[in-house]
Design a protein around this ligand. Structure first.
Ligand code: R5P
Length: 291
């Protein structure tokens, strides 16, 4: 009898195949057709054998479409298995984990309700934005870290006197872990984001980074605003080269180009979101957590 069956959603099919191969589990692919009005038609042509069914689908943009596709797959699978785990490598809405301004809806809580209602018994994600987001899901859930895998990749780059930098206080713990794995030091910048406009500013005044190669570490790069402002600030302090490592490279619109234009040498991210910078594979860390 097989223990697991892996079903890959359209947003994460390559990663899902890798997870299935690591778990030595059968892999079921899904089909997708998008109608002119934007609706998706999802198909699953194979019925999973009696097993724990792992549905893999990240919810990067188009966030709501990818989320609805995940929910649709789960609601179909639920007819054949009572044990469904949702692996959501990049969890959209995790940054909406609290009411920052009056009247805001904590949408990650709604995502949790939807997952539960369609039949998900457990959620596994990678480097979720905050512990609070995981708690707000209100469904059994686990979070695994891609930091060790990212560090393994970064170690291959020949850097001069490397220093890890967190662009903000929220990322300090992550940067500390990254630096300790890289056997080097870290610093944290002070960042301010205007909650209404989304604009970012670096409030730090002076840091000692002269001639050192830097590695900016973050969980998510979305518009690139945080990395761009941090890079501009660090360049003024006469640092060496700047590399960027993150788990989830959303890189919306032309964020990657803008980041390169301010002088970042390389962006390194994971395959929670496919793309040019996704050089680090998280299938092992995910499958190890599922076993
Ligand atoms: C913020 O707290 C996160 O850790 C990231 O720094 C942020 O989401 C990045 O967004 P952007 O690229 O739009 O500045």
């Amino acid at each position: 009898m097989v223990k697991f069956t892996v079903v890959g959603g359209d947003a994460s099919s390559n990663l899902a195949k890798r997870i299935a191969s690591k778990l030595k589990a059968p892999y079921i692919k899904t089909g997708k057709k998008v109608f002119p009005d934007g609706e998706s038609k999802i198909t699953i042509n194979q019925i999973p054998k009696k097993s724990i069914v792992i549905v893999v689908q990240s919810t990067y943009p188009p966030v709501d479409t990818n989320l609805l596709e995940l929910l649709s797959i789960v609601s179909k699978i639920q007819k054949f298995s009572s044990k469904i785990y949702a692996v959501i490598p990049y969890m959209g809405y995790a940054r909406q984990d609290r009411e920052f301004l009056g009247g805001e809806i904590v949408t990650i809580g709604v995502v949790g309700k939807l997952l539960k209602a369609t039949g998900v018994k457990k959620v596994l994600t990678v480097d979720i934005h905050s512990k609070l987001a995981l708690k707000e899901l209100k469904i059994p859930s686990d979070n695994v870290s891609a930091m060790e895998s990212l560090v393994r990749h970064v170690k291959k780059i020949k850097m001069k006197d490397p220093l890890v930098v967190s662009p903000d206080l929220g990322g300090q713990e992550r940067a500390e872990k990254f630096a300790s794995l890289l056997k080097t030091e870290f610093i944290t910048l002070e960042k301010h984001r205007d909650r209404k406009t989304g604009k970012v500013n670096i409030l730090s005044e002076k840091v000692d980074v002269r001639n050192r190669d830097l590695i900016l570490v973050d969980d998510i790069i979305s518009t690139g605003g945080s990395i761009i402002k941090a890079t501009q600030f660090l360049k003024k302090q006469k640092c060496g080269r700047i590399f960027v490592a993150c788990t989830h490279a959303l890189l919306v619109n032309d964020a990657a180009k803008k980041i390169k234009n301010v002088g970042v040498s390389e962006i390194i991210s994971t395959n929670t979101i496919p793309g040019e910078s996704a050089k680090v594979d998280v299938s092992k860390v995910i499958s190890d957590a599922l076993r």
